[in-house]
Design a protein around this ligand. Structure first.
Ligand code: NAD
Ligand code: UGA
Length: 459
């Protein structure tokens, strides 16, 4: 099938950047991203590209270059579906918060709604691409919905999971390690491979069956998250034995079988996907009666929760066992640098714990708004919105945030934190001035020389 028009349902962290890059590299294809969230679409259409709904280095430039030419953002979902030959489903697949599988399984209601929407309005043959991360065998369900419409439209379903990481999304999309396409119809697979072929070498485009493709995505995230829990587990041991986790990571990372990437000990992984995808994997394993497999992967989450809790416990015990009435300045709120995304950020859980111990929290994050921070805390329902408002202040200037603080907790590894005038910060804080470096980004020796009481992870 010759692809001239693509529709992507879901204008989020995946849909937006992925389609922007597809549009940039395929000037002859008209790409329209649709969403039910009119506010989000309006933000994508904002004249001022610094105000796009998501922040990703390099994204604004591509949107500026392609928007209005062959990249469009719209709320006219039905129209765009019907006009396009290829439809990507890139909607959210959060962990279920109700019913069977609550707290474990992926909630597929948004994906199913998309499939029903496509089934209802399509009048010509379509290739439907699962871009969202889905449980194994979801394509089967989508197929069953699409093939029972009663009209003569033919649907081919492909699985094309996305491997981009936030903060480096554009880089990852422009030079992917691989593009994975799972499907039954060779013709449909090749139509999608051609879209990517505009900039990705063919040997990097893997073709598999649908189920391998679906499972590979969950497996990749499980392996990545497992690496972080592994190094974080060792970080606790380092703290007891005077080994240094950075030195251990370097030593093991030079083994080419292990490799140096993704071995930074931290306050624990966050983000919208690792936890949800592992929980989903655990749920699937359990549903097939694979108890040992389920328990094996579940430990990755258990360890991650432990790491977050351990960080705040350590902060409290170091501050003489109480943070009540003390000002704790949190530098960073996003779940990693170079994104404004805060979903499942460790900062939320650390702040919540400290607030329950009656701390006063001051937050500075270069890309996260006060409204977002309050919404993240309110979502936990630990205390009233008024109390969160009263106990948490957000600042636009880091030096204001740390003024008179008893301690600083570094939650996100933003590069700018390394460039601050730490002498000035030390002078403005209450003494002794503590730093809890949840990302090991500061130089311990230099900070200690300035007078700080420094505490890193795994040191
Ligand atoms: P997101 O929440 O940022 O965006 C999803 C969008 O879909 C929202 O704007 C929502 O309004 C829209 N939507 C939901 N139902 C809709 C419907 N019926 N019709 C039209 N629009 C609808 O989510 P995201 O982070 O982009 O993630 C999307 C999927 O990609 C998930 O399955 C996720 O697991 C996967 N994924 C995410 C990342 C990442 O880094 N965020 C990376 C790889 C894969
Ligand atoms: C992750 C994967 O890296 C992507 O390949 C995948 O597509 C995506 O999930 C997804 O499916 O959503 P993302 O969550 O955006 O991407 O970001 P990562 O760079 O993986 O970081 C996740 C978390 O792990 C962050 O909180 C980060 O700070 C933490 N992390 C990462 C560490 O603590 N240590 C590390 O060494 C690396």
């Amino acid at each position: 099938m010759k692809i001239t028009k693509i529709c992507c349902i879901g204008a989020g962290y995946v849909g937006g950047p992925t389609m922007a890059v597809i549009a940039k590299k395929n000037p002859n294809i008209q790409v329209t991203i649709v969403d039910i969230n009119a506010e989000r679409i309006a933000a994508w259409n904002n004249e001022d590209v610094s105000q796009l709904p998501i922040y990703e280095p390099g994204l604004a430039e591509i949107v500026k270059e392609t928007r209005g030419k062959n990249l469009h953002f719209s709320t006219e979902i039905d129209k765009s579906i019907d006009e396009s030959e290829m439809i990507f489903i890139s909607v959210n697949t959060p962990t279920k918060t109700y019913g069977k599988g609550k707290g474990m399984a992926a909630d597929l209601k948004y994906v199913e709604l998309c499939a029903r929407n496509i089934a209802e309005v399509a009048t010509t043959d379509k290739i439907v691409v699962e871009k969202s991360t889905l449980p194994v065998r979801t394509a089967q369900a989508i197929k069953s919905i699409l093939n029972n419409t009663g009209n003569d439209v033919k649907f081919d379903i492909l699985s094309n999971p996305e491997f981009l990481a936030e903060g480096t999304a554009i880089e990852d999309l422009l030079s992917p390690d691989r593009v994975l396409i799972g499907g039954e119809s060779e013709e449909a697979i090749e139509s999608l491979a051609k879209v990517y072929g505009a900039w990705v070498d063919d040997e990097r485009i893997l073709r598999t069956n649908v189920w391998s493709s679906e499972l590979s995505k969950l497996t990749a995230n499980a392996f990545l998250a497992q690496r972080i829990s592994s190094i974080n587990a060792i970080s606790e041991l380092c703290e007891k034995t005077e080994a240094d986790v950075n030195e251990v990571a370097r030593a093991i990372g030079m083994d080419s079988r292990i490799g140096p990437k993704f071995l930074s000990a931290s306050i624990g992984f966050g983000g919208s996907c690792f936890q949800k995808d592992i929980l989903n994997l655990v749920y699937i394993a359990r549903s097939y009666g694979l108890t040992e497999v389920a328990e094996y992967w579940e430990q990755v989450i258990t360890l991650n929760d432990h790491q977050k809790r351990r960080f705040s416990d350590n902060l409290i015990s170091t501050l003489y066992n109480t943070v009540s009435g003390k000002k704790i300045a949190m530098l960073g709120w996003a779940f990693k640098k170079d994104t404004n995304d805060t979903r499942e950020s460790a900062a939320i859980y650390v702040a919540d714990h400290l607030l329950s111990e009656q701390a006063q929290i001051a937050v500075y994050d270069p890309k996260v708004s006060e409204q977002r921070i309050q919404a993240d805390l309110n979502y936990l329902n630990t205390r009233s919105e008024e109390e969160n408002q009263e106990l948490v202040d957000t600042f636009n200037n880091p030096y204001e945030a740390v003024k008179d603080a008893h301690a600083i907790a570094i939650m996100t590894e933003w590069d700018e934190f390394k460039t601050y005038d730490w002498k000035k910060i030390y002078d403005s804080m209450k003494k002794p001035a503590f730093i809890f470096d949840g990302r090991n980004i500061l130089n311990e020796e230099e900070t200690t020389k300035l007078g700080f009481e420094y505490s890193g992870i795994g040191k």
